[in-house]
Ligand binder design. Structure first.
Ligand SMILES: Cc1cc2nc3c(=O)[nH]c(=O)nc-3n(C[C@H](O)[C@H](O)[C@H](O)COP(=O)(O)OP(=O)(O)OC[C@H]3O[C@@H](n4cnc5c(N)ncnc54)[C@H](O)[C@@H]3O)c2cc1C
Length: 300
């Protein structure tokens, strides 16, 4: 029986482990794919305080090393379910179970991809899912945003102050963002909306050099030369396995209070998997800190 089981070894989970271990608790971090999570697919991070130009992998390795040096147990397993027991909680892979007195869910979220050929290969080479993270790499360039919701409008308005031009490619004939975000985007002279248009293909070998756009009404195709493409069409939280016990919002994000507590005493949620407004490394680390401190207080 571990004091705290942490599901997900991304920045939120590893930060939670660091704080819980330093508070003298026993901790097992269970990760299904890559310790470090999403950020390991980023070659360069420029907004993690104190570590300019760090690679996602270097950041993840340093955090994992810190957790292991403090005696954290790590397991490579995918957790398929969570249930309450008499003394705490049990998580299950289908073959293996782990028991803990408290649980921190830090399972993250993944960006919804367009699903086109070479999308993965060009990610970090022009294709990005995070304007806030990668916009600065495209200073003075022509870029495009895919999407028409609030996140897309916010991304376009943010990029407009950095890039030469921002084309917003929306597949419907209208934007679905709210009025405020629309107004902020529309107030920028270098933002060009492209409605009823869909990205069909990426251009460029090692780096993105453009996208092929199809007009949904006429069927006409043309190339748009852009060096950055920000795909902002939603996120998919990794919360399915836990929804029987832990409440989620309409989009599948865990619902918590400000202290990262779920409605189930003894279970916290931290990082991108949690319902919140800003999903970044710093907010994932902040959630991990808060969840761990509160879990330690709960355990006494
Ligand atoms: C390409 C890219 C670039 C980015 N750049 C920046 C940047 O420059 N600056 C910035 O602040 N943010 C950036 N972000 C966002 C940032 O990476 C995330 O906000 C942050 O990493 C979220 O951390 P997390 O621990 O909450 O989730 P994640 O990193 O998603 O980690 C969750 C972990 O849980 C694991 N997991 C999920 N389900 C299970 C399960 N059932 N069992 C076991 N393990 C499970 C996953 O495998 C994953 O490793 C970027 C994101 C991407 C994709």
């Amino acid at each position: 029986m571990t004091d705290i089981l942490i599901i997900g070894g991304g920045i939120a989970g590893l930060t939670a482990a660091l704080y819980a271990l330093r508070a003298g608790k026993t901790v097992t971090v269970i990760e299904k794919e890559t310790f470090g999570g999403q950020i390991t697919s980023s070659p360069r991070v420029d907004n993690y305080p104190g570590l300019p130009a760090v690679s996602g992998n270097a950041l993840a390795d340093a955090m994992l090393g810190q957790v292991m040096d403090l005696g954290g147990e790590i397991e490579m397993e995918e957790i398929a379910s969570l249930r309450k027991t008499q003394n705490g909680f049990c998580v299950d892979t289908g073959k293996k179970t782990f028991e803990g007195r408290a649980v921190i869910l830090a399972t993250g979220a993944r960006h919804r991809p367009l699903g086109l050929d070479r999308e993965e290969a060009l990610t970090g080479r022009g294709i990005s899912y995070c304007a806030l993270c990668d916009g600065a790499f495209h200073q003075g360039e022509d870029v495009a945003v895919v999407g028409g919701g609030n996140s897309a409008a916010q991304a376009a308005a943010f990029l407009a102050d950095i890039c030469r031009s921002v084309t917003v490619i929306q597949e419907f004939d209208h934007f679905t963002c709210d009025q405020r975000d629309y107004a902020a985007m529309a107030s920028k002279e270098n933002v060009h909306p492209l409605l009823s248009a869909k990205v069909k293909e990426f251009r460029g070998q090692d780096k993105l050099s453009g996208v092929v756009i199809r007009d949904q009404q006429t069927g006409e195709e043309r190339e748009l030369p852009v060096t950055g493409l920000f795909i902002t069409i939603g996120r998919i939280p990794d919360t399915e396995a836990f929804r029987d016990l832990i409440a989620c919002d309409g989009q599948g994000f865990f619902v918590t209070d400000d202290g990262c507590a779920t409605a189930v005493p003894g279970v916290w949620a931290a990082g991108d998997c949690r319902q919140k407004a800003v999903r970044q490394l710093t907010t994932a680390a902040a959630d991990g800190t808060i969840a761990a401190i509160n879990a330690c207080r709960y355990l006494g």
